[in-house]
Write a protein that binds this ligand. Structure first.
Ligand code: 13P
Length: 263
């Protein structure tokens, strides 16, 4: 089957920007980022800024995503914001980001419930998977990816998996400046797609988008985006700099144009 997957560039702002700062930043970003219909650009600001940004946002250029969402739609869960509350605001939600797993001790069971809650509420989940340095050095990368994928996707149908996004984010590459080598990314994204095929069939494997995340910037983005099995980037630090983020979107557009001319 032909690869028609749309390249996604997603900016995870993490715990940065107040509402006022986010508004100013978005204004600059909208000037810097070209309108490229063939690239899907997603912004993932903190939950407090989602509402004001949704009003300000140029919907021809950007889509919104949440960094997290709770799996119970409503109830006595102090401090939580549910997928049901996010559904009218966002297209996407991150699930199982390594910072949720490692700083907040969220396990695969929680990720599975959040995946299910996201699709139940019509939000497309971006499931984050990836090994720690210790796990890589111990030769456990594939085992970790297998465990996180099979648990995270457990409650979804093949159709729901097809519409989902998986982000390969090796923990050792996040926020360290030490990005994975393209061949490491290629091996991991190929393995992930094979796992999806094994669990959900060829159609789901052909449609699911697999991103790379971990110290992506405007200089290295091209080396990941030009890999056949890599459908985009999940960008942390560099998404807080509008020059760099706009540069990554332009790189994605160039890669897309090259793919079209090769067909
Ligand atoms: P950095 O791009 O800062 O390494 O962060 C990656 C990430 O965690 C995106 O979700």
């Amino acid at each position: 089957m032909r690869n028609n997957r749309k390249i996604m560039i997603a900016g995870n702002w993490k715990e940065h920007f107040t509402v006022a700062q986010a508004s100013i930043y978005l204004h600059r970003l909208e000037e810097a980022v070209q309108n490229r219909q063939s690239i899907e650009v997603v912004l993932l600001p903190n939950v407090l800024t989602l509402q004001p940004l949704s009003v300000q946002l140029d919907r021809r250029k950007f889509r919104l995503g949440a960094q997290d969402g709770y799996f119970e739609d409503a109830g006595a869960y102090t401090g939580e914001v549910s997928m049901a509350m996010l559904r009218d605001l966002v297209h996407y939600v991150l699930v199982g980001h390594s910072e949720r797993r490692h700083v907040f001790n969220e396990n695969d069971d929680v990720a599975a419930k959040k995946m299910q809650a996201a699709v139940r509420n019509g939000i497309m989940p971006i499931l984050c998977v990836g090994e720690t340095l210790q796990e890589r050095l111990a030769g456990e990368t594939n085992q970790i990816l297998h465990n996180q994928l099979s648990a995270g996707l457990m409650n979804l149908t093949a159709r729901e998996v097809s519409a989902s996004v998986i982000a390969y984010e090796p923990v050792w590459a996040i926020g360290t400046g030490e990005f994975a080598k393209p061949d490491q990314v290629a091996r991991a994204t190929d393995f992930i797609r094979k796992q999806v095929e094994h669990l959900f069939g060829a159609r789901a494997a052909t449609h699911v988008r697999i991103l790379y995340g971990g110290s992506v910037d405007d200089h290295n983005a091209g080396s990941f985006l030009s890999l056949d099995g890599c459908d985009g980037a999940l960008v942390g630090g560099a998404s807080l700099n509008y020059h760099k983020f706009a540069g990554i979107v332009e790189t994605a557009y160039r890669v897309h144009q090259e793919r079209i001319t090769r067909r």
